[in-house]
Write a protein that binds this ligand. Structure first.
Ligand SMILES: Nc1ncnc2c1ncn2[C@@H]1O[C@H](COP(=O)(O)OP(=O)(O)OP(=O)(O)O)[C@@H](O)[C@H]1O
Ligand SMILES: [Mg+2]
Length: 431
């Protein structure tokens, strides 16, 4: 008997004419690991939201078709009733953190399942040690890096042991070691009988562990999975005679070891690499003026970094790891200061009148890049923005960045995707 069955499911967001999902059928049995892929905006998260009951309850819209847990319809169950059987990792993990401390966060889900209090401490300790978070158990969650937060939320969900797991891009933000650890862990959870539905763009990463894979295209299943497109490699260019736009020396902040020195010339791209929590985002925040260094100096365009962020931001654009933190306008077009060309280059022209908050996560990420580049900065800082892009969208972003550097812009980027360094011809700086 299948754990989860979806029959002819269709869903249209309120105010939209086109359905986001159309006639979706799926059956997932215990022990299976089902992969869902598809371009950004194709409906992947919407599908998981429909299964969990978040759509239409919180998104508004019209849903038809049926959803069953062990052949019993759960369509009229509320989110709480469904959550006994469904564990759900949302795409933006920050929206599912409810407490301030790591061990409280793991306890939160277990307490909500009404487990006997005496069982909870052991389950928390097991989850902490399984996810390598024992050392940080008394930290506040604010102190965690994006990758560590992702690990924590996955730990919280796996600790609840529901029979069905829905995971929306669990590998986003994980470094290679954590990603391969999670692959093994998901396989072992499936072997113990959980039914897992997983969204991920990088087929090469997950295809080998999946029992079925499906591709969504504009809300419908595609019968053939599209071929993976590779990103063109950038040709080597000598930048040694170009002017220096940014120089950092002896920088340190908080408890991190001193950061390596960095010199960035016009037209150049530097890739920051290092495992989760090593300080990549912190270094970008120091350069952008969001944090002040404890020691060391930063020179921007040949002068000491101005003290006021408004002045720094005239030269430096910062695309944050979480796009939800930097979308402010009422429409997609306003967000890029009416620069239609940038929207076309990022394949967002169809969405130009939409509210930025109603975009899919990958579309939002492309939009934040467009919004920053539309302000014509000299240096662009990009924190993991290529996460969650399908191959076509990734190519568009990389092409736009190549054009930016060819016109003399300089880029500092963090990414675990080796394609990014190759495509941008980046120098690598390891933290
Ligand atoms: N609240 C909303 N209101 C209106 N449209 C929405 C809303 N949320 C998503 N959409 C639209 O529905 C479509 C599917 O979005 P969804 O978030 O499911 O895509 P996705 O496949 O998960 O994309 P990504 O890979 O970028 O996460 C997109 O066109 C998106 O813009
Ligand atoms: Mg999504």
């Amino acid at each position: 008997m299948a754990e989860l069955t979806i029959e002819n499911l269709s869903f249209t967001y309120a105010g939209q004419t086109q359905p986001a999902l159309q006639d979706i059928n799926l059956s997932v049995s215990s022990g299976e690991l089902v992969l869902i892929t598809g371009a950004t905006g194709s409906g992947k998260s919407t599908l998981l939201n429909c299964i969990a009951g978040i759509a239409p309850t919180y998104t508004a819209g019209i849903l038809s078709g049926d959803l069953c847990y062990q052949n019993q319809s759960i369509l009229h169950w509320d989110i709480k009733a469904r959550s006994r059987y469904l564990g759900f990792l949302l795409q933006n993990v920050e929206t599912q953190i409810f407490t301030d401390r790591i061990s409280d966060e793991i306890a939160f889900g277990l307490e909500n399942l009404n487990l006997p209090p005496e069982q909870i401490p052991d389950l928390i300790n097991a989850a902490l040690s399984e996810f390598n978070l024992t050392q940080q158990q008394h930290w506040t969650i604010q102190q965690l890096s994006a990758g560590q937060k992702q690990r924590l939320v996955i730990a919280c969900i796996l600790a609840m042991k529901q029979p069905i797991l829905l995971m929306d891009e669990p590998f986003a933000y994980l470094d290679r070691a954590s990603a391969s650890f999670l692959l093994d862990l998901l396989q072992s959870h499936a072997a113990q009988g959980q039914a897992i539905v997983l969204i991920e763009h990088r087929l090469d990463l997950v295809q080998s562990i999946c029992t079925q894979s499906f591709c969504l295209h504009k809300g419908q299943w595609l019968t053939q999975t599209p071929k993976i497109q590779s990103v063109d490699r950038s040709s080597e260019v000598d930048h040694s005679t170009k002017p220096i736009v940014l120089q950092c020396r002896n920088l340190s902040w908080g408890g991190y070891p001193q950061f390596p020195d960095l010199t960035l010339r016009a037209g150049e791209t530097t890739l920051l690499q290092g495992e989760n929590g090593c300080g990549k985002t912190t270094l970008l925040k120091l350069i952008s003026g969001l944090l002040r260094p404890t020691t060391g100096t930063i020179e921007l365009l040949g002068k000491p970094q101005p003290r006021r962020i408004v002045e720094i931001s005239r030269a430096i654009g910062f695309v944050l790891q979480n796009p939800n933190h930097q979308l402010f306008a009422e429409s997609v077009l306003q967000e890029v200061q009416n620069d239609r060309e940038i929207l076309t280059q990022l394949n967002l022209e169809e969405q130009l009148e939409r509210h930025p908050r109603s975009l899919s996560q990958g579309q939002k990420r492309r939009l934040t890049l467009g919004a920053v580049l539309a302000r014509r900065p000299k240096v662009c800082l990009l924190d993991e923005i290529t996460v969650g892009q399908d191959a076509t969208s990734l190519n568009l972003m990389l092409e736009l960045l190549k054009r930016f550097t060819q016109a003399g812009g300089a880029v500092i980027v963090t990414s675990y995707d080796p394609q990014v360094a190759n495509a941008l011809g980046a120098k690598i700086l390891t933290l």
